[in-house]
Ligand binder design. Structure first.
Ligand code: UT7
Length: 323
């Protein structure tokens, strides 16, 4: 059977670091509160005139270089973002133009913080059906542009960034020993809209709107939903948590990560954590963490890597990759 194997990876963070102390000078919050409740110490914020497509193009270029291929060797781009440059066309087409890819297709997917998981599953399905040979999967966000900077319950949580992987079709035996994406499981529940949404859009207010969240309720759903998505991944592959080499979760809150890792039985030293330095970068958070652990040598060829995320929609999902 055809598998989608990770051939390259790359990430990009805007230069500007905003610490908790800096935020505490602007709004009624404190480094102690943010650190204790979320694990976040600082986040990156995109410069004026620096757009989601810029972040995405940097990450994509790094991933192509790592894979040793050119932009025109790619025949599919799936870009996950909830902060596109424009309402249309898709930010993926801006990346397509800038990496010199002149064929195939490029489009965005919107599943907020779960976006990278949805994009990865989409690209994997294209590859496994023979409709693409090489795909760039990108998660890129400028969350700072849709935050209400007067709402201390949300603005301290998010950051900007981008991460990308190159997937390539390869022949596998159809077992859990194959390299590549072994499974993906996606879920959504539109009834939970009010827990996490943006209060604007082209059709409703003709504005981009601001992020609104019932933090405590989202937290409650996160641990339950993420654990269920992980159980689905294990069941589909006949594996248990003891087989997982690296757990790369969406970085929303260190307390959610601890609770989830405990619930599914992954030891803390196997969890990749970036939340302290990145905050919650929505669709960029999983690929940013993945790239960090692959670059510093933690994730090695043949390792079993478990990804998960949950976000607005609500949406959530998991993926198992043999690196
Ligand atoms: O990526 C998408 C998924 N998102 C998530 O998974 C986020 C899930 N939720 C969370 O991470 C947490 O619920 C938060 C970090 C957002 C909030 O933590 P919490 O422990 O649930 O706090 P809370 O919302 O219950 O608020 C506790 C107190 C409140 O004060 P009172 O009413 O107890 O006097 C808030 O007003 O903390 C106050 N508070 C703050 N204080 C200082 C809320 N935000 C802040 C702040 N600084 N930035």
């Amino acid at each position: 059977m055809i598998r989608s194997v990770v051939k390259g990876w790359g990430a990009y963070l805007p230069q500007r670091i905003v610490t908790n102390a800096e935020l505490a000078r602007q709004i009624d919050t404190s480094d102690e509160w943010i650190t204790a409740r979320t694990g976040i110490r600082e986040r990156r914020i995109a410069a004026e005139g620096e757009f989601t497509s810029d972040l995405a193009t940097h990450a994509a270029t790094a991933a192509l270089a790592k894979a040793g291929i050119a932009g025109d060797d790619v025949d599919l781009i799936v870009l996950a973002t909830t902060t596109p440059d424009e309402t249309f066309p898709a930010t993926a087409t801006a990346v397509q133009r800038r990496i010199g890819m002149t064929r195939g297709a490029a489009f965005d997917v919107q599943a907020v913080c779960s976006g990278f998981l949805f994009a990865l599953a989409t690209a994997d399905n294209f590859i496994r059906l023979g409709q693409a040979q090489r795909a760039l999967v990108i998660g890129a966000e400028t969350m700072s542009r849709i935050l209400d900077w007067e709402d201390r319950g949300t603005c301290v949580l998010f950051g900007d960034g981008a991460g990308a992987v190159v997937l390539e079709a390869a022949q596998g035996a159809g077992t859990a020993d194959d390299r590549g994406i072994l499974s993906s499981h996606l879920f959504s529940d539109g009834r939970l809209h009010d827990l996490l949404y943006v209060d604007g859009g082209p059709s409703t207010t003709q504005t981009a709107g601001h992020l609104r969240m019932e933090g405590r309720e989202v937290f409650r759903h996160a641990v339950t939903n993420i654990s269920a998505a992980i159980e689905a991944a294990h069941a589909a592959n006949g594996l248990s948590s003891s087989a997982i080499d690296w757990f790369v979760p969406h970085q929303a809150n260190a307390r959610i990560l601890d609770a989830t890792a405990r619930k599914v039985g992954v030891p803390t030293e196997r969890v990749v954590l970036t939340i302290d330095r990145h905050g919650n970068t929505s669709a960029a958070s999983v690929p940013l963490a993945l790239v960090e652990a692959a670059d510093d040598g933690r994730i090695k060829r043949g390792d079993l890597v478990l990804l998960e995320a949950m976000g607005g929609g609500l949406t959530w999902g998991s993926a198992l990759i043999r690196w």
